[in-house]
Design a protein around this ligand. Structure first.
Ligand SMILES: O=c1ccn([C@@H]2O[C@H](COP(=O)(O)OP(=O)(O)O[C@H]3O[C@H](CO)[C@H](O)[C@H](O)[C@H]3O)[C@@H](O)[C@H]2O)c(=O)[nH]1
Length: 331
């Protein structure tokens, strides 16, 4: 089986491509390498270019008419950058992504697994897919807007879509082929690893949120578990979107329990076997108390549940941090 992965040189797309290869599925990657890495596509079937380039996508399908499904991972994903450059975010996450849908339909590809985001939800516990949306940043709104567009498009075309709404991805490929590209992470675990390596205290950005211990709550999910969910979505695609089922199906992907920042620190200390110095600072601008999902739909429809713990995610992220320079050549 072949799957087309747009954004397949990025963190999640490349890890998913590794999982495909391990399962005997051939990933066909399209990426413009704007943030993706050439090292992550070495030895893989790879097309360099813009996802909105119809000629490029036509060529991909001419070369691989047996593509079973498309997985849409190409997106801009940095919240503060989306505030500074909203137009760029709408261009990529909405306009170009709509062009991809047009190219898929023209080439007879009617199965799309789309990378959604939990950023579209309000803070809260046990969030189901039917919860009201409250996208608070331009990034989050591009994701919500595009989800709405996809749902409408499935109503009037042969396209069917499964949107996987990720909570907070952590970890790396357990075989260390791929991981986060950036050397300057701003997310909780990335900052924690940097501060730990530098011997500096970790800033807990806000400790008076209405949560169980006052720190922000998130639902950290291992990227290898996310990859497994994509494979399940591809394999079960026809079964779960068949008539009279929905043609547009959003599914939450998370651990289903949530962890506060203090719980993340405790798990980190468990993995390293050392205390992590930390201090409390002001909340980040625009920060939120946070959410964690109900994952019953993923369990029921995809037969998926996370197999890796928070500690596994931390250990794999630490290992990747140590190995990254051997995989990524120019850093
Ligand atoms: O140095 C830090 C960084 C974060 N946090 C806290 O850790 C929690 C998680 O923060 P992250 O930045 O890891 O995660 P967010 O859900 O806030 O969102 C970010 O991570 C997401 C994926 O993990 C998306 O990429 C999103 O665009 C990006 O803003 C929050 O309570 C935050 O206040 C700290 O205590 N200290």
């Amino acid at each position: 089986m072949k799957v087309l992965i747009t954004g397949g040189a990025g963190f999640i797309g490349s890890t998913l491509a590794s999982a495909c290869l391990d399962e005997g599925i051939e990933p066909i990657v399209v990426d413009d390498l704007s943030t993706g890495r050439p090292e992550f596509v070495t030895g893989r079937t790879f097309y360099l270019g813009d996802i909105a380039d119809g000629h490029l996508i036509d060529r991909v399908f001419a070369d691989h008419p047996d593509i079973h499904a498309a997985i849409g991972c190409a997106a801009k994903i940095v919240v503060p950058e989306s505030v500074a450059d909203p137009l760029g975010y709408y261009d990529t996450n909405v306009t170009k992504s709509l062009a991809v849908v047009r190219h898929l339909l023209r080439n007879g590809c009617h199965r799309l697994v789309f990378s959604g985001s939990a950023a579209i939800y309000d803070s809260g516990e046990n969030i189901t897919e039917d919860a009201p949306l409250r996208p608070l940043s331009p990034y989050a709104r591009t994701k919500a807007v595009f989800e709405g567009a996809l749902e409408d498009i499935t109503g009037g075309t042969p396209l069917r879509v499964i949107t996987l709404r990720y909570f907070n991805p952590i970890g790396a490929d357990p075989k260390q082929r791929t991981g986060l590209q950036t050397t300057t992470p701003t997310h909780a675990l990335g900052v924690m690893i940097d501060r730990y390596r530098a011997g500096e205290p970790y800033p807990v950005t806000g400790a008076d949120w209405p949560t169980r211990d006052g720190s922000g709550v998130r639902d950290y999910v291992h990227v290898w578990d996310l990859a497994a969910a994509h494979l399940a979505a591809v394999r079960r695609f026809d079964e779960v979107t068949a008539e009279p089922g929905p043609r547009y199906l959003p599914i939450n992907l998370g651990s289903g329990t949530g962890s506060t920042v203090f719980e993340l620190i405790a798990a980190f200390e468990e993995v390293t076997g050392e205390p992590l110095a930390h201090h409390i600072t002001d909340a980040r601008p625009g920060d939120v108390a946070g959410a964690y999902p109900n994952i019953d739909r993923a369990r029921t429809l995809l037969g998926w549940s996370p197999t890796r713990t928070l500690q596994d995610g931390i250990a794999d992220a630490l290992a990747w941090n140590a190995n990254r320079a051997t995989v990524l050549r120019d850093e």
